[in-house]
Design a binder for this molecule. Structure first.
Ligand code: EPZ
Length: 420
């Protein structure tokens, strides 16, 4: 089995270019189901999850070309409405085809996405919202079978009981093709949701309230949309991960092609830990500190501290001069990196959803196992500062969402190699 091998202790220096955001690219790809003719997308990250979703769209009858981070996708010949288990099981964000397929064809069959390592990850809020729009939904042997009896979804007022990113995206896409006006309340405000709304608005769909928690969407009544060419926004989670890499190795690095305004809560916390940041239009420079201050963090929805950066900053906190506490409020099981960090010498207590990290831990390289996408990047950060060699197994988790991570880190001085 292949693994990632890191020899810790190197100081890093230089610049890193941030790739397009995986979590923005995914809904942009499924929005192509609402489109007529070619849809062009630039700055698409070449990561496993993107290729899995493109494969699913092709499986439904779509066609695409994806070269050098540029995508041309066309769903004019889409003839299938069934997203099969084999593909959905590998990438639960495939649920994002449900809203568009149902809105366009009046019917959709999508394998019920299983849970994953970080939690049960139900999709009840997606389904409840579609039912409000007139869909009849049955679960049949592991598949969500959704039908719009009149063939068309109806605009409706939808209040999300909880803020859900892909739930919001699914319903925004369904509402874009519905008959009438939809009012969505308690919608996620992540930059990735905003980009999807801006794409639809720039392509002629009348949407009000973009960036707020209330949206008003005037559906086209199943008229397909000519989607304007768009460029995927920078990946704020990737950017935060590399800033943590610089922080933990006490290095000076600059990250380019980033949107600092998408990272405000993370940058605030890193600054509280003592790091000096220089922010420019599309880049951020971080300078090292001798003493890292401990920190208190609670993860929450955007614009709060992102759950997707929780594992990475937990690793950084092991090097702080004092005790930090990190509370994970979004997912029930997103601390699996802690067991692995303990094996490297970290001193962390876990009580319910709160991790207490003692700090001043000397980490030692050893064999560790990645359990999910962000936990794997947290182990990379630990390997960069650990004494000796760290071998990270089940590294496929990492390649789901980080483009060229080994190369980007090697280019700034990390001793990191992918071993077949
Ligand atoms: C998105 O997942 C992201 N994935 C996740 O990033 C991210 O961690 C998460 O949002 C939170 O920010 C993509 O955008 C592809 P949610 P999503 O629905 O949409 C509960 C990564 O590392 N919930 O916002 O699946 C749910 O259990 C990934 O890139 C329901 O109860 O997350 C969770 O506790 C990991 N019922 C909370 O809401 C529902 O129907 C937030 O989940 C939907 C969600």
């Amino acid at each position: 089995m292949s693994y990632l091998s890191i020899k810790g202790g190197n100081r890093l220096s230089g610049e890193i270019d941030i790739s397009g955001a995986k979590n923005s690219a995914l809904p942009l790809i499924t929005a192509s189901i609402l489109a007529k003719d070619d849809f062009l997308v630039d700055n698409l990250p070449n990561v496993v999850d993107i290729n899995v979703l493109l494969n699913l769209i092709e499986n439904l009858g779509g066609e695409y070309e994806f070269k050098k981070n540029k995508l041309k996708i066309n769903t004019n010949n889409l003839h299938h409405i069934k997203a099969v288990y084999d593909i959905v099981k590998t990438m639960r964000a495939s649920i994002l085809v449900l809203g568009p397929l149902l809105a366009r064809f009046g019917e959709a069959m999508v394998s019920l996405p299983g849970g994953c390592a970080i939690g049960e990850r139900p999709v009840d809020l997606h389904l409840k919202a579609l039912e409000k729009m007139g869909a009849i939904i049955n679960i049949e042997s592991g598949y969500i079978h959704a039908i719009a009896p009149s063939g068309t979804l109806k605009g409706a007022e939808i209040i999300f009981d909880k803020i859900t990113v892909t739930g919001s995206e699914n319903i925004i896409m369904a509402a874009a093709l519905a008959d009438g006006v939809s009012k969505l309340i308690n919608v996620a405000k992540e930059p990735e949701v905003v980009q999807l709304c801006e794409l639809l608005k720039n392509s002629g769909v009348d949407i009000k309230g973009i960036g707020s928690s209330e949206l008003e969407i005037y559906g086209t009544n199943k008229e397909l949309i000519k989607l304007e060419k768009t460029t995927v926004i920078p990946d704020r989670i990737e950017a935060a991960t590399y800033l943590c890499a610089a922080a933990i190795t006490r290095s000076n690095i600059t990250i380019n092609k980033v949107n600092p305004s998408h990272l405000s809560s993370f940058l605030e916390k890193i600054t509280q830990m003592g790091f000096e940041l220089e922010k420019f239009d599309t880049s951020i420079k971080i300078n090292p500190v001798s003493k890292i201050k401990p920190i208190e963090i609670t993860t929450t929805e955007y614009p709060g501290f992102p759950t997707d950066i929780q594992a990475q900053i937990t690793t950084l906190a092991t090097q702080a001069d004092g005790t930090s506490t990190i509370e994970e409020k979004l997912f029930e099981n997103r601390f699996m990196h802690i067991a692995e960090l303990r094996r490297m010498g970290a001193d962390i207590n876990l009580k319910g959803h709160t991790a207490t990290i003692m700090g001043n831990s000397e980490l030692f390289g050893t064999d560790v196992m990645a359990t999910d996408l962000r936990a794997s990047s947290a182990l990379v950060l630990a390997g960069l500062v650990a004494k000796g060699d760290t071998n990270i197994h089940r590294i496929y988790h990492l390649h789901r969402g980080y483009e060229n991570l080994e190369k980007k880190l090697r280019n700034i001085g990390a001793n990191i190699n992918f071993v077949e």
